[in-house]
Design a protein around this ligand. Sequence first.
Ligand code: GDP
Length: 426
Amino acid sequence: MVKAVVGANWGDEGKGKITDMLGEKADIIVRFQGGANAGHTIINEYGKFALHTLPSGVFYEHTTSIIGNGVALNIPVLFEEIQTIIDQGVPKPKILVSDRAQIVMSYHILFDQYEEERLGGKSFGSTKSGIAPFYSDKFAKIGFQVSELFDDELLKEKVVRVCEQKNVLLEYLYHKPLLKPEELYAELKEYKRMVEPYVCDVSLFLHDAIKAGKEILLEGQLGSLKDTDHGIYPMVTSSSTLAAYGAIGAGIPPYEIKQIITVCKAYSSSVGAGAFVSEIFGGEADELRRRGGDGGEFGATTGRPRRMGWFDVVASKYGCRMQGATDVAFTVLDVLGYLDEIPVCVAYDIDGEITTNFPTTHLLEKAKPVLEILPGWKSDIRGIKKYEELPENCRKYIEFIEEKLGYPITMISNGPGRDEIIYRNK
Ligand code: GDP
């Protein structure tokens, strides 16, 4: 059976923790999109880890971790991560890399930096990991697929072609040093050496695994609102963050995805630029940021402080809808225990019109939050294992949001640890 774990919001919902937790019963965990531009923070018996490329299942001896074809594969980052976890005492993980995955080249990272410099204040808030230039090249068909590392003639010809094209931009648009074909060729040879032991026909592997009844988890990066098509374009990421893309980015039929666990955070946070309707500022934001997540709301990859906001029903309902949520995992609820009252953004006011439907970006920019205030529960809910044992106001908060979302909250995360979860039968 195939399940997807994906985000309903702007990312950082705690997908890593949920995947790590569900990984206990999984045979295979697949990353299907995105690259090393975002990270999952995972806390388990080996320590605390920030993973950017490896799936969150690498800590179990019984799981196979897969980098699907949809991923922006940064080979040096992958290898550094494998080394880091082995150095910290985790058993050597079983890793497979799709022969159809494409490679993030060093020049993709440079182009990302150069473009952000050029745009200055108008930048998209890129993490400068090369993701946008990478996906542009993939769809312009001048990217390098892992399989191509094994075709030496093709590589020699293609590095020349790539340099011709890139050097025009480097010379005339960015005024930066030019690329040399022989250096790119050497880079690719090095990547081949590093990746060769892991290369696999992943879609065939997964086809056989599905037939054999294996438990497969697809792990998404970022969330619905960063999806290239359905998110807050252009302040989005350059790959689809939706469960539907899991089928393509892993190479399996869409009807095999039976469960879509959509991770939704009990308050809002976002990195990068873009409209963020329920955003809060000043001391109120600082306090939530400091108490948020595990050790504060700062980017796992960049260390950037995240923008903070109250729970946004409009964005989250849309986020769940676009994912096709079968289950909602409601996370970091414990963090809100300090508040006397908890505002929730229940609708948007756009030029005097009240709506609960998430609009496209130009209208989103004008949206003002319509807030409803719920009473807080003023206690620490960590350690609670049963839904009925949660304070009444906490249950009311969950049920209020569930009713507004229209999707069942079947899991409640009340701490960063693997076992800090309350299941709710719906
Ligand atoms: P991801 O990208 O969706 O995996 O999210 P991140 O890992 O960037 O952010 C989630 C952060 O919240 C991490 O630091 C987690 O350890 C932490 N976290 C996850 N679930 C919970 C929770 O229920 N309570 C608390 N306090 N922290 C959590």
